[in-house]
Design a protein around this ligand. Structure first.
Ligand SMILES: *Cc1c(COP(=O)(O)O)cnc(C)c1O
Length: 466
């Protein structure tokens, strides 16, 4: 029989260099990482050229929040194609870019009033870094040239964004090329002692940040963090108190705060944005929860996983520092060719409509409880050191020794074994090292959750057997 999968795989391997991949893992007749050609997709399901289906439990790298080819997004895109495909956003504007900016700012934490578009998450981070530095320069604070970032963080792959990430296999190779941020121990609660609460541990870890700000505020433009979850760093989570402490400390020390919400934005944590979880200031009974960062980076889920789009939100006071006579040379001269692409903005508008129409945040809270209930079995498996959850992210950390949390050596590739087993069973679970995680589209159904949990449990049992 003519195998279509095989043909597309071979043609791809002949000429396509795949991202974030040791290509040799795809080589040979039984490769450790089989390359899977996808022909079509619908809802939470991907389908290959031989008709096999895979449950997309990681939302295609966390982008696809309402399922593949959601009819409302597809219709909006078709409609937009009949009107305007693309126009540059310098010197021109268009309805989707204007409407999307208005709507994002209504949803965002109060005090943000300006949207700067880009076309991928790393670029949104570059925009925030450059804008922060440039703001200080425009206002005369030329000594501010550095950034503070957390260990174990991830902010993208372009050189500026990569530099901000914690030491890792993604970053270390390029170290000689990179900016030198001040890296501070992470509030990630996985290493906390037995009996210590997330809140206590997070508060304790904040001490490092306070010290770094005291020592370096004069030379620091901004602190950059991923609110609540360090996703690429293994879905490591921390208490939202950290965001409140950090906001207050940045204000005290005259340093910007950049919230990289690229992965956690758009409902993933159970609220619209990770920043919305921060507790109100301690001495103010009437205060609302949530903090307003000086820059908020958004991408991934913004178009429901259909088009490449990113945006960096900021405050009017920052915008004002660039607004001047042309000859003063204060303008922000940054652009990407596809910045604010109309099709992408239109897909984003349709995605925001879905949040309203489907009451997605309430649905997510119910779904996340269901996922927690269904994973009871996982929590009792051997070598499962921790099962943690925040909204629609559930992570299962495997360890060689669950008491000491001694990790499995990376070269044993335990997570990969789970990946291989799950694929055979028609579930796409792409682990991060020894961390297996679920980050499904918000339209996943109870019986699909059941499948996911069953396959993950069996995959883990097999992966830790010897
Ligand atoms: C994915 C991600 C990025 C980078 O976005 P790209 O679109 O892949 O460039 C940056 N920050 C976080 C937190 C991310 O998860």
């Amino acid at each position: 029989m003519f195998m279509k999968n095989q043909e597309w795989t071979q043609r791809s391997l002949a000429h396509v260099w795949h991202p974030c991949t040791q290509m040799q893992d795809h080589a040979g007749s039984a490769p450790p990482l089989p390359l899977i050609p996808i022909a079509r997709a619908e809802g939470v399901w991907l389908e290959d050229f031989d008709g096999k289906r895979y449950l997309d439990a990681v939302s295609s790298w966390w982008t696809n929040i309402f399922g593949h080819r959601h009819p409302a997004i597809v219709a909006a895109l078709k409609d937009q194609l009949d009107e305007l495909d693309h126009v540059m956003l310098a010197g021109f504007t268009h309805a989707p870019a204007v409407e999307l900016a208005e709507r994002l700012l209504r949803l965002a934490p109060p005090g943000l009033s300006r949207c700067f578009y880009a076309d991928n998450g790393s670029s949104a981070v570059e925009v925030a870094l450059k804008m922060s530095f440039h703001y200080w320069r425009n206002t005369g604070a030329t000594g501010k040239t550095r950034f503070i970032a957390l260990d174990n963080s991830y902010h993208g792959e372009t050189l500026g964004a990569l530099a901000m990430g914690g030491p890792s296999m993604y970053r270390d190779t390029y170290a000689p090329l990179l900016l030198q941020p001040i890296h501070v121990p992470s509030p990630d609660c996985y290493p906390r002692g037995t009996g210590e609460s997330w809140e206590d541990y997070t508060r304790r870890q904040f001490w490092h940040m306070e010290r770094a700000l005291e020592a370096h505020a004069h030379e620091v433009c901004a602190v950059i963090v991923e609110p609540l979850i360090q996703c690429a760093g293994g879905m490591r989570m921390y208490h939202p108190l950290y965001l409140r402490l950090l906001r207050d400390a940045c204000d005290r020390h005259g340093v910007h705060l950049i919230a990289d919400e690229i992965a956690v934005g758009f409902g993933r944590t159970g609220r619209m944005f990770g920043c919305d979880w921060a507790p109100p200031p301690a001495r103010d009974d009437d205060a609302q929860p949530g903090i307003t960062p000086d820059f908020m980076c958004l991408s991934k889920g913004i178009t429901g996983g259909t088009m490449a789009l990113a945006v960096t939100l900021t405050r009017e006071s920052i915008y004002d520092a660039f607004y001047a006579e042309y000859r003063e040379g204060k303008a922000f001269l940054h652009s990407h060719s596809y910045t604010g692409n109309p099709l992408a903005c239109r897909a984003a508008l349709a995605t925001l409509d879905l949040f309203e129409e489907t009451r997605a945040l309430a649905t997510n809270r119910a779904l996340s409880q269901l996922i927690w209930a269904q994973t009871a079995e996982l929590r009792n498996l051997p070598h499962v050191a921790e099962v943690r959850q925040q909204g629609m992210v559930l992570a299962i950390e495997l360890a060689k020794n669950i008491r000491t949390k001694e990790a499995y050596p990376a070269e044993q590739r335990r997570g990969l074994r789970v990946y291989q087993y799950a694929l055979e069973q028609g579930v796409l679970l792409r682990p991060l090292g020894n961390v297996i995680y679920f980050m499904p589209p918000y339209v996943i159904e109870p019986r699909e959750i059941e499948t996911l949990c069953r396959v993950a449990a069996e995959g883990i049992r097999r992966a830790v057997r010897d």
